[in-house]
Design a protein around this ligand. Structure first.
Ligand code: GLP
Length: 288
């Protein structure tokens, strides 16, 4: 696990967006796992900017979202379908046929979950899974006590999750009590996981997730088992971490990664990288 701590929420989101941008450049037909939630809004804004100003190309990307509420239609403004269209899909050149979310209105929810798993497998599995974290440590909607081997399924939302997300629903519209979510086991099969969390209210649960013992009570602890996970935090979200010598701190370099140890702009011998690398860095840094 790699933990990168940034001075503020904006630079943390920029680091995450740039890591996604780099992955798309490296593999134009990337299978990208996506997440929703307030934290992701700035990441998607940055990706839209990279597309509009610097031509980051999503035309061959395929996406799979983590979850969707049971009972909400895709055009419902509270649905994750709607969130994704508004925040990302409609603003970049992704083919809508290549974007996937579970269908919360499916007649047979169990069949829908099995179908979603088959679709991920048929696309070769997820290359990079973007993740947020709930106040109770959930990934997607894998609530406390979700098995680490769980697959895509219907999950009953916990009281804490309902309290966290219900302000996003209008007063006259009750928040659904269930959702379809990729399982913890499904998430752990992604080749790489990238979790972003910001804000002081998540500091204690992040300390449990990163430094605490594995437990299904905090499903994000399962990421400790994953061989390629990066967690990006702002200082507020990192405030309860104790093992500080293990974490990378610092401002992102011009291309968004943390300087100096993982900067491809300058070679190890101190000479500048070839033009192609510079061009890529400019694209990710939003320069033309
Ligand atoms: C929802 C989503 C999660 C997300 C969480 C965090 O519960 N199902 O995938 O991690 O929100 O949301 P926020 O970023 O608004 O704190």
């Amino acid at each position: 696990m790699e933990v990168i701590i940034q001075p503020n929420a904006e630079s943390a989101a920029r680091v995450v967006a740039n890591l996604i941008g780099e992955a798309v450049l490296a593999k134009p037909d990337l299978v990208l796992g996506l997440a929703t939630g307030k934290t992701m809004e700035t990441v998607y804004e940055a990706l839209v900017q990279m597309h509009q100003e610097n031509g980051l190309d999503f035309s061959r990307c395929r996406t799979f979202n983590l979850d969707e509420y049971v009972g909400l239609a895709p055009d419902d403004p509270c649905s994750y379908h709607y969130f994704m269209r508004r925040r990302l899909f409609d603003a970049v050149n992704i083919d809508p046929a290549n974007t996937h979310l579970p269908h919360g209105l499916a007649e047979n929810l169990e069949a829908e979950c099995a179908h979603y798993e088959r679709l991920i497998a048929a696309n070769g599995g997820i290359d990079l899974q973007l993740l947020g974290i709930g106040l109770n440590g959930h990934l997607g909607f894998n609530e406390p006590l979700s098995a680490f081997r769980s697959r895509t399924r219907v999950e009953t939302l916990s009281r804490m999750t309902r309290a966290q997300n219900s302000p996003l629903f209008p007063k006259d519209k009750p928040m659904p009590r269930r959702a379809i979510t990729m399982g913890v086991g499904t998430i752990l099969e992604a080749r790489r996981c990238l979790l972003l969390a910001t804000g002081s209210e998540k500091a204690d649960i992040l300390a449990c997730a990163i430094e605490g013992p594995l437990m299904t009570m905090v499903t994000a602890t399962a990421l400790q088992l994953h061989p390629a996970t990066t967690i990006v935090l702002d200082e507020a979200a990192a405030a309860s971490l104790r093992k500080n010598e293990h974490y990378k701190r610092g401002l992102p370099s011009s291309h968004g990664r943390v300087a100096p140890e993982i900067s491809p702009a300058v070679n190890h011998n101190g000479t500048h990288a070839p033009a192609a690398v510079k061009e890529k860095n400019n694209l990710l840094a939003g320069k033309s």
